[in-house]
Design a protein around this ligand. Structure first.
Ligand SMILES: [Zn+2]
Length: 101
């Protein structure tokens, strides 16, 4: 649980000055998404790969932009998502370049 709080707090602290409180909260929640792999009783799986995250995040961001979401917020959201595996690297093995490494 402190791990989740760290992911949320770091992203919220870094994005809310630029995005405002509400969007900063959303960015903080986005940063937690890679840990949804615990629902499948694994942790630090492919959801912690920058490559896998980009494969899902870029099309999702494209669709969100077509739906009217601003590019600035989407850039912060994608960066928030990618911050998760980058922070996890400092705590232990993280397959950040899966499936290549
Ligand atoms: Zn994680």
């Amino acid at each position: 649980l402190p791990d989740l709080l760290t992911h949320f707090a770091v992203v919220f602290a870094l994005t809310s000055p630029f995005l405002g409180i509400r969007r900063g909260l959303v960015a903080g929640v986005v940063a937690l998404l890679p840990d949804l792999d615990v629902l499948f009783r694994v942790h630090r799986s492919a959801t912690h790969s920058v490559i896998v995250l980009l494969v899902f995040a870029l099309p999702a961001a494209y669709l969100a932009h077509r739906g009217g979401v601003g590019l600035r917020f989407l850039a912060f959201a994608v960066a928030s998502l990618l911050s998760h595996p980058i922070l996890d690297v400092f705590q232990g093995y993280t397959p950040i370049l899966y499936p290549f490494l």
